[in-house]
Each structure stands twice: as structure tokens, then as C-alpha cells.
Design a binder for this molecule. Sequence first.
Ligand code: HEC
Ligand code: HEC
Length: 267
Amino acid sequence: MKRKALVLAGVGAAALAVPSVMTFAAEDFGKYQVGDTRSGYTFAKVETRAIQDDDFENPGMLWVEHGEEVWETVDGKAGKSCKSCHADASDTMKNVGSTYPVFAKDIGKLENVENRINRCRTDNMKAKPWKYDSRDMLGVVSYVKRQSFGQPMNVKIDGGAASWFKKGEEFYNQRRGQLDMACKHCHVDNAGNMIRANTLSQGQGNGFPTYRLKWQKPGSLHRRFRGCNKQVRAKPYKTGTDEYLALELYVMWRGQGLPVETPAVRN
Ligand code: HEC
Ligand code: HEC
């Protein structure tokens, strides 16, 4: 009931600009809200949140488990597993989920977890890179990011990352596609309002890879970007490209302070 009231209040406020929104008590979202910054969790249905909250029911946890198996599996000509070099992920990977993407000095560009892992596969393991949304990649990224579960998002946007951040911000605010809409038109100006059957969230990235009930599988943040680009009938970029890396940094920065939720559950 409370949740419905909030949604209606949002629509009313946008359509009529009446202060009726003030008459509804704000729901307490605990750690999922930091100031005005709200995780997609707070816009999700109560049933969806319950699935996310229960590790045994959360189907994304099966991918985390798969990732742990892959972590320990030798692959490639160098005869190594991730574990051979990185040992206990709960120790060596514990800050990765909350701090990526980072500017990697040795390659002189921004790098997210997926691209870093593929660099380890090709350079360190002499193995083939994984496809972006393949089962093994989603599994290992979920496993790696899970090691930061609950940690507040804390990405760096200075130094080498500064120019990437600026590009990401431009991308975010730029109108595109046949509908001529920018990310911000939906996720800043209309967060809380309904679009078709969905409540628009702030489009935060702290829960990825996110398990989508609609797909019955998890998806990467870049796959989500592609979906949102397609919604406005703009041509999507490929996953892992510089455009989406820059956008990823900007989106993660918008969510500074929100806890890493991987694997989140969404519609
Ligand atoms: C032969 C050794 C080796 C193997 C095997 C290896 N890596 Fe790495 N990895 C490195 C080195 C070296 C670095 C860069 C130094 C660092 O940040 O620790 C690195 C960095 C990383 C980072 C960034 C860590 C951070 O704190 O920024 C991640 C994530 C990562 N590797 C994941 C993986 C995964 C997943 C696998 C298996 C698919 C893997 N690596 C296999 C050597 C390896
Ligand atoms: C026409 C409206 C629209 C536009 C424009 C749009 N999105 Fe979305 N986006 C949605 C809808 C609908 C969803 C699913 C419900 C929700 O979380 O808002 C979504 C979800 C997301 C999510 C997942 C949030 C979560 O908690 O899992 C992210 C991240 C996201 N969008 C980023 C973006 C970015 C970045 C852009 C610009 C490239 C963008 N969106 C443009 C409609 C839009």
C-alpha cells in the first residue's frame, strides 16, 4: 500500500505539480538510500526485493557459485586458474566491486571488471577472452563483485579518470534516438514515475550483474545500457566499448555511497 501511494504521488506531482506528495510519509529504505541517491531496490516491488534479500531464493547466487567454480579452474596455455595468482578472492578482490571502473595506468585507459578479467585471460593465462555476457564472464564478475557486497560505491573520477568521467557525463545528458531522449530524462527527471508497466528508477549500477526476472538470467551493466539506448530507438554501442566504459564511470559515480548489491534482482 505504502509503495503504491509513493508511485501515485510521483505521477501526481509530475502531472499536476500539486504539493500532495508531501502528505505521504516517506518510506525508510535504510542503506539503499543515501541522501537523494536511491538504489533500484527502493523502486522494486516488495516481492522482488524479498527474492534479492534471500540468498537461497536469489537466482543470481547460482551465477556467483558458478563463478567460484570457474575461479578455481585451470584454463589456457599458461596452466593457471584465477586462484593460482589471486588466491582467496574474499581477500584479494574485496575492494574491486566498489571501486571499478578504474583508470589503469599500464594500458592508459579506463578499465571495468569485465575488461580487466579478459586482460588477465589473454595476457596472464594465455586463454581466450570471454564473450561479455557469457555464462563464465557473468559468473566470475558476479563472484568478484560479490566480495564487495555491502561496501559503499567509491569510484575515483580524478587523475587519468577525469576525461573519461567528462565523456560519460556528456553521454548521460545527450539526447539521442528517434525519441530524442537522454538518460537523465528518464532516470533524473522522471525517477519514481511510471513508464508503461515499470516504475522508473534512478538507473543506478550498484547491483550489476543484475538478475532479471524477465530474462531468467543475469545481465551486465553494458547490456542494460544497450537496452536503454534501444528504448529510445538509438543505435546501441557494443558492450565493453570506450563509450560505455565512460558511461559506466559516470553511472557508478552517481551511485556513490550506495552499497554494492551484486547480484541484485530486478524485473
Ligand atoms: C598469472 C597470474 C594471473 C592470473 C592467472 C590471473 N590474474 Fe588477474 N591479475 C594479475 C595481475 C598481475 C594483476 C594486476 C596487479 C593487481 O592489481 O593485483 C591482476 C589484476 C586483476 C584484477 C584487478 C584487481 C584490482 O585490485 O584492481 C582482477 C579483477 C583480476 N585480476 C581478475 C582475474 C580473474 C577473474 C582471473 C581468472 C579468470 C585472473 N585475474 C587471472 C595476475 C593474474
Ligand atoms: C525512455 C526512458 C529511459 C531512458 C531514456 C533510459 N532508460 Fe535506463 N531504464 C529505463 C527503464 C524503464 C528501466 C527499468 C526500470 C528502472 O530501473 O528504471 C531502466 C533501467 C536502467 C538501469 C538499471 C537500474 C537497476 O537498478 O537495475 C540502468 C543502470 C539504466 N537504466 C541506465 C540508463 C542509462 C545510462 C541511460 C542512457 C544511455 C538510460 N538508462 C536511458 C528507461 C530508460
